[in-house]
Design a protein around this ligand. Structure first.
Ligand SMILES: Cc1ncc(COP(=O)(O)O)c(C=O)c1O
Length: 467
């Protein structure tokens, strides 16, 4: 049998190199390819990883070719940034021409362990080599193990797996409706409505889209799921009044709004929300797809409020870059759900769940979470120092390593100038917020570099008019 060789932190391609194999203790092997150490996993294919992806092999000459072809063959849903990324290592990404970027975007809050984390890579390779996918009509061990660990480290009693954030919210919508039907067996019209908030983002499928506040995302596809009312984020009186009408199946809320512009809820808002839901029998759903799993320095963002939901949705970082979603529920909610009420072909596959186990284990370490808190505080401090004096900078806010820089102008000239200087950052809000969601493993030196580049790129805003 031949072996699959994978350089930690890089992609995989055909071998044409000098290879040496060393037997180690415990049956493990150490493989060197051209003198470089690589991970070895037994498969019946022979591959090695290149420094950079081989554009030529796929028929592309350079980035320009990729972009032109994309424009012809991909449905135009993304206004893409004009770079072709081909490899990553830690907090660095590399484009097809070999330019290095410091990644403060993490694939939009996904790559919390950075790119090519060796423990994650090992979990993926070992599981791919053992069992990648089985139907959910069978039991599989990584899925049960991951659910067991999620339950052990959260408010929840049970887990449902999906493949993405929007699917997790879609499942939460169904669970909330089913819960209300189950709780009001004799009611002709059990509560079916939902409350969501201004600046919220919950996904792009018809239920999650209906809960997403930006009209611009919803209106071309109407009618979306009916029965959603948007209330001002933080306005407890208006929310309470609506919940008290008794028609609300569930309230969906992000403890920290990511896409909406890095707005945090207050403790008071969450406490009153919890008691209003309890009084009326409505469910409280926390969408932690973006802010959850260590990003705030707490394992779950809601821990900082001391308020617990009935349902929590997770996705982005959970499997370290592989597609996953999860809906964590209490036993009370789970008891309303029967066989056949929901399902998914791919969700909870052994491959994805084994990757997620590696991610969860690392991020849930108290010392790891403490390092996120420390680095988050440092990032806000240096951003305030280096950028705070600029008249376009209105506020630096956020918790842990989800940080927003609100401007009085559109952020895109600054984002473009940062990219030119080798730094990848995102926008949020109405396009007036620079969003920083770096890998949680980022170092203080890398944060300093990011703040330096942002500060040096601020003149890009000089031609912009304040709103
Ligand atoms: C808070 C929140 N919920 C849901 C989603 C949707 O997740 P996905 O893109 O995986 O469907 C996102 C994505 O940005 C999000 O930030």
């Amino acid at each position: 049998m031949s072996c699959m060789h994978v350089f930690p932190n890089s992609s995989v391609s055909q071998a044409n190199t000098v290879r040496r194999v060393f037997k180690l203790e415990g049956g493990r092997t150490l493989v060197q390819v051209n003198g470089q150490r690589v991970i070895s996993a037994c498969l019946n294919v022979e591959v090695t990883a290149p420094e950079f992806a081989n554009l030529g092999k796929l028929g592309f000459g350079e980035s320009k070719d990729v972009m032109e072809t994309e424009g012809r063959v991909i449905v135009g849903t993304y206004a893409r940034t004009p770079i072709v990324l081909v490899s990553g290592k830690g907090c660095k990404l590399y484009d097809a021409e070999g330019r290095e970027y410091l990644d403060m975007s993490s694939g939009i809050a996904v790559n919390s362990l950075g790119h090519g984390d060796p423990t994650w890579l090992k979990a993926v390779i070992e599981q791919a080599n053992t069992l990648t996918h089985v139907s959910n009509i069978y039991y599989s061990i990584p899925q049960v193990e991951l659910a067991k660990r999620l339950v052990a480290c959260s408010f929840s009693d049970r887990v449902f797996f999906s493949n993405s954030g929007t699917e997790a919210n879609e499942a939460a919508v169904k669970f909330a409706r089913k819960f209300q039907r189950h709780s009001h067996p004799d009611a002709k019209e059990p509560p079916t409505d939902f409350i969501s908030f201004t600046n919220s983002f919950h996904g792009r499928t018809m239920g999650a889209l209906a809960l997403t506040s930006k009209e611009h995302y919803r209106s071309p596809f109407e009618p979306v799921m009916p029965g959603v009312t948007f209330v001002e984020y933080g306005n407890i009186e208006a929310t309470k009044e609506l919940i008290q009408k008794g028609k609300t199946a569930a309230v969906f809320v992000e403890p920290i709004q990511g896409e909406g512009g890095i707005y945090s809820a207050t403790k008071e808002f969450f406490r009153l929300l919890r008691s209003a839901c309890d009084d009326a029998g409505a469910l409280l759903v926390f969408d932690e797809v973006q802010c959850g799993l260590g990003r705030t320095g707490h394992l779950w963002a809601h821990e900082s409020y001391g308020v617990f939901p009935d349902i929590m949705t997770l996705a982005k970082p959970l499997a370290g870059g592989l597609p996953i979603g999860a809906v964590l529920v209490t036993e009370r909610v789970a008891s309303a759900i029967n066989f056949g009420d929901h399902g998914s072909t791919f969700a909870g596959s052994p491959l994805v769940c084994n990757a997620a186990l590696a991610v969860l284990e690392k991020i849930s370490e108290p010392s790891f979470l403490a390092s996120v808190t420390k680095k988050g505080q440092y990032l806000k401090q240096i951003l305030t120092q280096k950028l705070g004096h600029n008249p376009h900078v209105k506020e630096v806010r956020g918790l842990g390593l989800i940080v927003g820089i609100e401007l009085d102008v559109q952020a895109s000239p600054l984002v473009d100038a940062c990219r030119e200087a080798g730094l990848l950052v995102l926008t949020a809000g109405k396009g007036n917020v620079v969003r920083l969601v770096p890998p949680l493993i980022i170092t203080e030196e890398e944060l300093e570099l990011a703040a330096e580049v942002l500060s040096g790129s601020l003149p890009a805003l000089d031609g912009s008019n304040s709103k």
